[in-house]
Design a protein around this ligand. Structure first.
Ligand SMILES: [Zn+2]
Ligand SMILES: [Zn+2]
Length: 265
């Protein structure tokens, strides 16, 4: 036995895989995978969702004093940040898409039509055949959408009256003109799907987690990129979850911000 026993340090390099969030823009088809979902309580700070720290959360402490000072109008105070529940679940994205040969961007149809040019790099994609994306992604939304999914799960019954289960058929998600995504069951798309557990994302690492002072920085307008850059490089191994498995490269933090903004619809 060695004199000094070191604990194995998780560097975050292997365990955390950058989360591929489902971006709901038009019409999508997903299969909700039969794996536990995860719900987090978030604050929206400067339009970015950040996990509430619970006990000792500076935003909750701040909220309390805002409510005490403005019992009628606290919601109108700009620094008031209510808590919102958000769920995360692993889904198989089956949306037909034209994958751009130039930049790999998944171009989905707008209405029933695919545009002639890639939405990302503008290359012509008229000759590209649409195929299902077929990738595991993380679907994340709030309470209303979650209740819609629960409704679909509970209301579709087999002949014997038992619940078929939402994992056994596809769900179509249509983003309406009001930007609200609306899920609908596709009961006839009920092929059996096998996904290896290693393809699932670690949902607990999906929400962005910041230190208390960083939450306040973000709220007063400091960008996520600058917050991550301010952390000393020697501490990087602690940030795996917050960065969704990325590295501290500027490009990655920019991507996180982009992902986060996409989540906002
Ligand atoms: Zn909080
Ligand atoms: Zn492209």
């Amino acid at each position: 036995m060695s004199l000094i026993q070191f604990e194995k340090v998780n560097t975050g390099e292997v365990t955390f895989r950058k989360i591929d969030f489902m971006k709901l823009t038009s019409l999508h088809i997903v299969r909700i995978l039969n794996a536990p979902s995860y719900t987090a309580v978030l604050h929206w700070l400067n339009r970015i969702p950040v996990k509430c720290l619970g006990d000792g959360c500076p935003i909750c402490v701040q909220n309390k004093s805002i409510i005490a000072d403005n019992p009628e109008t606290f919601r109108k105070v700009s620094t008031y940040s209510r808590k919102a529940q958000t769920f995360y679940m692993n889904v198989l994205d089956r949306t037909p898409a034209k994958v751009c040969p130039n930049c790999n961007h998944e171009n989905t149809a707008i209405g029933n039509r695919f545009s002639a040019a890639c939405g990302e790099c503008n290359s012509l994609i008229t000759d590209v055949k649409p195929t299902p994306v077929n990738k595991v992604k993380v679907l994340s939304r709030g309470v209303t959408f979650g209740e819609d999914l629960n409704g679909i799960h509970n209301s579709n019954l087999a002949d014997d009256g038992s619940i078929i289960g939402i994992h056994n058929y596809d769900v179509q998600i249509i983003v309406g003109s009001n930007k609200r995504p609306f899920p609908q069951e596709l009961l006839n798309n009920n092929d059996k799907i096998e996904i290896d557990e290693s393809e699932l994302f670690d949902l607990e690492s999906a929400p962005i987690v910041l230190e208390p002072d960083e939450m306040l920085d973000l709220q007063r307008g400091v960008s996520l990129k600058d917050i991550f850059a301010a952390r000393s490089v020697s501490d990087t191994e602690d940030f795996g979850p917050a960065l969704n498995g990325g590295t501290l490269e500027g490009e990655t933090t920019a991507k996180i911000e982009e992902n986060v903004l996409n989540l906002l619809g």
